[in-house]
Design a binder for this molecule. Sequence first.
Ligand code: F0G
Length: 458
Amino acid sequence: MAIKTIIEPFRIKSVEPIYFNTKQEREAILQKASYNVFGIASRDVLIDLLTDSGTSAMSSRQWGGIMEGDESYAGSPSFYRFESMVKRITGMQYIIPTHQGRASEKILFSAVGGKGKTIISNTLFDTTRANIEFSGSTGIDLLCTEGKDPLKAAPFKGNMDVEALEPTIQKVGAANIPMVIITVTNNSVGGQPVSMANLKAVAAICKKHKIPFFIDCCRFAENAYFIKKREAGFENRTIESIAQEMFSLADGCSMSAKKDAFANIGGFLALNDSQLAMECRNLLIITEGFPTYGGLAGRDLEAIAIGLEEVMEESYLQYRIRSMEYLTEKLAAAGVPVMLPAGGHAVYLDAKTFLPHIPASQYPGQSLVCALYEEGGIRAVEIGSLMFGKYDQQHQLIPAALELVRLAIPRRVYTQSHIDYVAEVIIEVYKKRDELKGLQILEEAPLLRHFTAKLKPV
Ligand code: F0G
């Protein structure tokens, strides 16, 4: 008999305590945090699913690597190990370390963005969009149709709408488009993968119009695993060779090593264009640091280099993707509106369907986020109109296309019983969904308002 249970492919060597609190205490904590879970101290959270970014458990090999970190200002061997690992996967020529993804984005879009420019994507992540807009450029998302229905399963819901790409390029003018950037996996729409066929089609159109093609590759290994499992012809390929093929289509990439490199901090730009690399390095020196450490310590570079190798292990990716499916299946079986299929790094609840009585202007996603914290001390994040809503000229909310709540699962951190607990809490909240109330914003920042907004129940 073949054994079917997929187990965590690691043992636990070091643990951190979880501090328990009561529902009553959590109600007061939430009120004090102005109904914004970013304002809650992590000690007051039982299961922290705010993000999978920088929250990974590092391996003993990574911790060992940290001791080997060489902190030389220039030419550290840690940099060369890091550089050679990034080159091995991406095949790119110029590797520029940064302290995290958005630092890469700030440098990249300072170099290529600016007024009158347009950057086209499948879906830009919030910091990517913010950095594009901050430079004076416009960001356009061209998501495939399947990606727009959270409850309908399809294998590659993260794809770009390739049919719309060519007409958009014609309309905007290729000369005004410094790059097309594809986010893998597509975080803002459910951590859904992008197929190799889609990457190829987009790359070909970019080539035809001489537009550089970039990949936002934070979760490249999770995406490569989906390609292996779902796209014909990749079944017998290694994750590394699939990743290499993805990168071979691109002219550059921007990475947050806080995701698929199991690092607590770090990122990089990998580029093929020497002129652009020079410009980025000049900006790097002003804002981050010398090109052989960027915004990082030598020990961070070691942790990233090792993490990048570990993340491509198939037993890890099998366990990783199965964890998302496991939670998704439990929720779906209880009737909870959950995004299908499961994403690569998170499980997404469809707050629009979960709370049909709360209009977008009262932020149903945020209401659900607050309820999950109150009920079970779970910290999730809203990816809906609080994060992506805009105002029209009359200061009326233009809602986001989707109202999602993301339960991002940190890598190698929680066990199956933690996930069982999460499922139980969500199902409990679902039973009481009619009692949940909407929220209104009291205070907000002009960019990335979801981090600091203050809210109160309507
Ligand atoms: N691109 C994508 C697709 C991301 O998911 C993130 C971060 C970034 C860029 C920026 O990287 O945080 O290192 O500056 N996403 C985190 C999240 C914050 O929770 O999804 P960073």
